[in-house]
Design a binder for this molecule. Sequence first.
Ligand SMILES: N[C@@H](CCC(=O)N[C@@H](CS)C(=O)NCC(=O)O)C(=O)O
Length: 218
Amino acid sequence: MVLKFYASQFVAAGNGIVALALAEKQAAFEFVPIDMAAGEHKTEEYIAMNPFGQVPVINDDGFAIYESRAICRYLDERFAGKGATLVPKGMKERAVVEQAISVESMAFAPPLAKVVMELVFKVHRGLAPDQALADEGMKEISDILEVFEVILAKHRYLAGDNFTLADLVHYAYAPMLAENGVDIMTVKERPNVARWWNELMSRPTWVKLKAGGMKSTL
Ligand SMILES: N[C@@H](CCC(=O)N[C@@H](CS)C(=O)NCC(=O)O)C(=O)O
C-alpha cells in the first residue's frame, strides 16, 4: 500500500498545504516530483489522475485524488488517530472548521491570488505589476483580516483553541507575501492576527518543511 504525493518541489500553494497535512499526520509517503517546466503534469498518465492537469495529486494505492483542500480532508481520515486532528469529529466543532475553510476559499484566497500574481509572480518574471489590481487585492485582504482580528481575539486559532484544517489552508499563499517583502499578516494594528500568524509561521512542522522540502519518508 503506497501513498504517492505528486507535486512541484516548491513548498507553496496547494503543494505546500498537502505537504504540511502529510507532516501533521506523520504520514509515510513517496514523493513524486513533477517538473512543470517539462510539462509532466500534462502527460496522459498524469491527466488520468487529475483531468485538470494540475498539482498536487495523491495516489493512494490506485485511488487518485486532486484539489489540495479535498486531499487534506482525505489525509486526515486516512491517517486518523495519527498526528494532529485536522477536522474534528464533533458535528458542531466540524461545522465551525468548515465555516472557516469556506471563508478562506471563497473570500480570502481570491484577492490573495490577485496580490501574489501582481507582487510576486510578475515581479519574479521581470514583468511590471498592475499596482491598482494589487492595491485592490490588499484592501480586500485587509477587510477580511479585520474580521479575523475579532475572531482571533476570542480564541487562539480560527476555529477554536486547537490548530485545525481551518488554519492549515492559510499556508497556501499568504507566506509568500512576507517572503517577498509584503507585510499584511503581522501589522501592529491587528495584534491577534499577528500573534496567530507568527504562531503558524513558527509551527515546527512548517519550519521543518520549509527548511528541508518535501521529504519522502517511505
Ligand atoms: N484548486 C487547486 C489549484 C491547483 C493549481 O492551481 N495548481 C497549479 C500549481 S500551484 C498548477 O498545477 N498549475 C498548472 C496548470 O494549471 O497548468 C488546488 O488547490 O489543488
